[in-house]
Design a protein around this ligand. Sequence first.
Ligand SMILES: Nc1nc2c(ncn2[C@@H]2O[C@H](COP(=O)(O)OP(=O)(O)OP(=O)(O)O)[C@@H](O)[C@H]2O)c(=O)[nH]1
Ligand SMILES: [Mg+2]
Length: 196
Amino acid sequence: MSAYASVKFVTSAAEAHQLAPDSGREIAFAGRSNSGKSTAINALTARSGLARVSRTPGRTQLINFFELAPERRLVDLPGYGYAKVPERVRHKWLELMEHYFNVRESLVGLILIVDSRRGFGAQDVAMLEWVLARDRHAHVLLSKADKLNRRESQRVLQETKSACADTAVTVQLFSARAKQGLDVAREVMDKWLNST
Ligand SMILES: Nc1nc2c(ncn2[C@@H]2O[C@H](COP(=O)(O)OP(=O)(O)OP(=O)(O)O)[C@@H](O)[C@H]2O)c(=O)[nH]1
Ligand SMILES: [Mg+2]
């Protein structure tokens, strides 16, 4: 059964003025292009077609808002780091992200999706610093963990935890395909969305 029985798509924003109303609480999903953000949202909400999964990296250039319950949202942010994206698109991404993180009062936390085969990149670290500087929570999903064996996945988990050791950032292994780590991630999200 879906943990969020009545989840639904709300709106897409390509421009700053198109963001969903800034009330209640929301959690944003960010990460490199193709890291598995949309797939994670679908797995966590147990709704396979909710967020669009792309075969072409860098396709999602929109901020997509989903409603879990009244005044409770998940936000699928456009990915970064795809080499073939033209400079104009990269610039627009930066502008839109800066606006989003600067104005968004309902943002309570960031779920950062990092491909477990790659580990942290410079932009992932920059994204975390950005969010922590704004006093929001952050949690890292090391995605596609089904692609690694146990020894490899434990290694990337420990390395990532060490990189976050001086911060309040939490880290876990995650696989949408193997349904690994769903409950842990949902617990984090529920805490952020519902704590008083
Ligand atoms: N093996 C495996 N593949 C995954 C998993 N999660 C996502 N993928 C694959 O990774 C690719 C990218 O997934 P998306 O969810 O579209 O990634 P995204 O981060 O939303 O990508 P953009 O929107 O383009 O930035 C797809 O081919 C997915 O099927 C996983 O847990 N395991
Ligand atoms: Mg996506």
